[in-house]
Design a protein around this ligand. Structure first.
Ligand code: AMP
Length: 585
């Protein structure tokens, strides 16, 4: 058995441990969660605590808790924890030791070797300090790699054709952007730029200031100088901020904030995004700087990859799309991607040749529709709620407003497809919400989409001011078979006729759950696609032994279809898919 070499993202805010097991990159849960706060503390009995437990006492015991030690790595300094002093390396080693112990417990075997990531801008001293921290924790640090390189590896950089990528990393405390070039399988950071004091923490501070101002306006009490209140608000508002990435409004309530009054306020995503936009503008300036250093222009970029929790903010995607004109990739969880890339590097060092990351994403955009302008005409336009490539399960909402005074009802549609015009996309279902309040136009209605791994879409529309709501569950699985007859003919022409009884699809309905059994049909369509790709590949002179394997799998797939053995077809699809993943450019 090969020795496991783990990958560690030793982050400012959170740390992550990942490893390749049987060719599959897996993130190891630490204390039940995939990410562990990079937080170290002493509890009331003086015992060392690491991770979420330490973070939980941050408000109550700030002197006995340390967060963001990464910022001090490489400095000749000490930090105080209780009545003792520690170097940044020592504090980081507590985090790395916790990952080691928890990882060993989860996997039931000793872990010794690790690849640890650092920001591309880290100098030699900071890299050395990271290595020392690892060794103090009992790791054999086999390599220190750059975070953007790890992110690029997670997206299969070492297996793809030559590419130029931009890694946009917006975390809690820092922003980094790197231009990464892949040439002949070698991943290299060409240029890096960033701001070591720009990230989600700044956004939290803006929200805290906003809440303190609102509290003062309402109750006449100024809490600006009260550090305990500020810390309390930061925790609550950080949570609310994260929810704003998926919801248009978030209600915040903190009881007895000043000992007498409650804080009650509502955050609005649009207002929040307007607040942080100047920070995001700075990140765009950094991108241009990095591109300039690499002697490139945005047009030269093949991909943008998103890293760091703050990239979940919808405005980040929008700005990158509009201003750099490259759609950002975020199929891989931005909190986990760096550790996964480090685990790939670990697997490569350990001599593994096959490693992959499984991601469940939606390949289509799910939208609702609303009256809007398209090429100067008033039309029913698509308003994306869950964009394509969103990891599943996904849960997102948007707000819409009634158009006329006393509007008593609204029609809510769910469509699938990429066209800006609703009518050009596939309608999955629609329903009416009746009995809205008799109020002037502009009455907000929140439309919420919940899409699960099985393709069931729950659509809920809620009149914001009254809570009047209606939910409908729709089956999206049949929806992408735009023309069933056409699909059948395609399959027949390639694979021979299929017994029509086995290929059932159901039209999505607007009410109630569906029991569609679309699996065989989807498998057949997948089989057809895979077979086409496999044959193209064989024609392209792949290695002889690979070609034999591909042929064998095509044969197995055909046999499975002939015998209507869906289980076998599923397996041969998976095997062929995997093989193509490695062989295709
Ligand atoms: P990282 O340093 O990559 O762990 O990122 C941590 C930062 O991401 C913190 O500031 C979090 O508040 C922020 N963050 C995490 N999840 C979200 C989210 N869903 N929306 C916006 N920010 C988030």
């Amino acid at each position: 058995m090969k020795e496991l070499i783990v990958g560690i993202d030793l982050g400012t805010t959170n740390s992550v441990l990942a490893v390749s097991i049987e060719g599959q990159i897996k993130v190891i849960d630490i204390h039940g969660q995939p990410t562990m706060p990079s937080c170290v503390g002493l509890d009331s009995s003086g015992k060392l605590i690491v991770g979420q437990t330490a973070k939980n006492q941050l408000i109550a015991a700030p002197d006995a808790t340390i967060l963001s030690i990464k910022r001090k790595m490489g400095e000749d300094t000490k930090v105080r924890l209780g009545d003792k002093e520690f170097s940044p390396e020592e504090i980081s080693s507590f985090i790395l030791r916790e990952l080691k112990q928890e990882g060993e417990r989860q996997l039931g075997q000793p872990l010794r070797k690790a690849v640890i990531t650092v920001p591309a801008f880290f100098n030699e001293r900071q890299r050395k300090a990271t290595q020392i921290a690892g060794e103090l924790a009992g790791w054999d640090v086999v390599r220190i790699i750059n975070e953007p390189t790890a992110a690029a590896l997670a997206y299969g950089a070492n297996r793809t054709a030559d590419e130029t990528m931009l890694v946009y990393d917006l975390g809690g405390g820092t922003f980094d952007v790197s231009v990464v070039v892949v040439e002949k399988g070698v991943v290299e950071v060409k240029a890096s730029h960033g701001d070591t004091h720009l990230g989600g923490d700044d956004f939290d501070d803006l929200l805290v200031a906003h809440a303190i101002a609102a509290f003062k306006a309402r109750h006449g009490v100024d809490l600006a100088g009260d550090s305990k209140v500020q810390r309390r608000l930061k925790v609550v508002l950080e949570r609310a901020k994260c929810r704003l990435s998926d919801e248009p409004f978030v209600a915040v309530r903190e009881e007895y904030l000043d000992g007498k009054h409650h804080l009650e306020m509502e955050l609005d995503r649009r207002a929040y995004e307007a607040l942080i936009e100047p920070f995001l503008e700075k990140t765009l300036t950094c991108i241009h700087q990095a591109l300039q250093d690499a002697k490139l222009i945005p047009k030269n970029l093949d991909k943008i990859m998103l890293v760091g929790g703050s990239t979940r903010t919808p405005l980040v995607h929008l700005l990158l799309q509009q201003r750099i004109e490259v759609e950002p990739r975020w199929e891989i969880n931005p909190d986990l991607i760096v550790a996964m890339g480090a685990a790939i590097q670990g697997a490569v060092i350990a001599g593994e040749t096959h490693h992959s990351i499984l991601v469940d994403i939606t390949p289509h955009t799910f939208s609702t529709s609303s009256i809007g302008f398209f090429e100067d005409d008033e039309r029913l336009i698509s308003v994306p709620i869950i964009p394509r490539n969103t990891p599943l399960p996904a849960s997102k909402s948007e707000v819409f407003f009634t158009l006329t005074d006393h509007q008593a009802e609204v029609r809510v549609e769910a469509t699938q497809g990429e066209n800006p015009l609703a009518e050009q996309n596939t309608l999955i279902g629609a329903f009416m919400v009746e009995g809205l309040s008799k109020v002037p136009s502009g009455n907000p209605v929140v439309v919420h989409f919940d899409l699960d791994l099985n393709g069931m879409l729950k659509v809920t529309a809620t009149e914001k001011n009254t809570g009047l709501a209606k939910s409908v569950i729709m089956d999206t699985r049949g929806a992408h078979v735009l023309n069933l007859d056409q699909a059948r003919r395609n399959i027949d022409s390639l694979l021979g006729p299929i017994d029509s009884e086995t290929v059932g699809t159901k039209q999505a309905e607007s009410d109630g759950e569906l029991e569609a059994d679309a699996e065989p049909e989807e498998m057949l369509i997948t089989a057809k696609d895979l077979r086409k790709r496999a044959e193209t590949l064989i024609q392209k002179n792949v290695d002889l032994s690979d070609a034999d394997e591909v042929r064998d799998l095509i044969h197995r797939s055909a046999e499975a279809i002939k015998n209507r053995d869906w289980n076998l077809l599923n397996k041969s699809n998976a095997a062929l898919g995997d093989l193509l993943f490695y062989l295709e450019d």
